[in-house]
Design a binder for this molecule. Structure first.
Ligand code: DCP
Length: 230
């Protein structure tokens, strides 16, 4: 019995130390990332890290998302540096399950949002340089692992309409052009591979479908995510 107990402990230790199979859920603003993650709540082997945006809306009572949209030139740097911190926290957070599903990542922050803010002049080149140095440092010195990226691909006009309908107060000023630019950057990162770094294989899901039809689309990705849970 001692032998079996030792073996049991060994397996337990092994499974505790093992890194979870980590899935990053990416896509434009309003592409349905939270809904996608919620679909997987039914599976007990998966830990969901959802809605980082709620942290950005309330840091010690401050709504950084609102400050950023109201005065981007002043607040974009502060906002993106806090986004990076919340993302690193999610990347490093240990999970009790063999699979971890994360909403967004430090990668989309850097390659889509920060990149866009540099290109459209919201971020000063010096501010961009600081954020980029942080990004490089984090990548080099922390173990930021990703095993799969689920890309919820949408058309900018569709997400524009969804954002209008969901009426999150901070986002009412987001113009179609901003969503088109972010869409192109997601495509460049995940499909055209324009950035050197794409940290994991990419599964593309048609996320233009409305809620009644999208569940079938989500189901198609289940096996790729759950296969890893056993
Ligand atoms: N945002 C940003 N910079 C980032 C990440 C997000 O400016 N690095 C902004 C864009 C949105 C808000 O934060 O106004 C939330 O965007 P997300 O796409 O992360 O979250 P959603 O709630 O829109 O996702 P979904 O509707 O797909 O569930």
């Amino acid at each position: 019995t001692l032998f079996f107990e030792a073996q049991r402990c060994f397996f337990k230790m092994n499974s505790e130390n093992r890194k979870p199979f980590t899935v990053l859920v990416e896509g434009n603003i309003g592409s349905g990332k939270t809904t996608f993650l919620e679909h997987f709540r039914q599976f007990e082997d998966i830990t969901l890290l959802t809605e980082p945006v709620e942290q950005w809306r309330n840091l010690r009572g401050w709504n950084l998302l609102d400050l950023m949209y109201k005065d981007p030139a002043k607040w974009a740097m502060t906002f993106q540096s806090y986004v990076s911190l919340t993302m690193v926290d999610m990347h490093l957070r240990p999970t009790p399950t063999p699979v971890k599903l994360m909403e967004r990542s430090i990668f989309s922050a850097r390659y889509c949002f920060v990149e866009n803010m540099l290109r459209n002049g919201i971020l000063h080149e010096a501010e961009f340089a600081v954020l980029d140095e942080w990004f490089r440092f984090i990548q080099q010195h922390m173990s930021i692992d990703a095993d799969l990226i689920v890309y919820l691909k949408t058309s900018p006009s569709v997400v524009h309409e969804r954002i209008r309908k969901r009426a999150r107060s901070e986002e009412q000023c987001v113009p179609l052009k901003y969503l088109e630019d972010l869409h192109q950057l997601h495509e460049d990162w995940l499909v055209n591979r324009a950035f050197a770094e794409c940290p994991a294989p990419v599964v593309i899901i048609d996320a233009d479908l409305d809620l009644s039809q999208i569940t079938d689309e989500y189901k198609k990705s289940e096996h790729q995510i759950l296969r890893k849970a056993v």
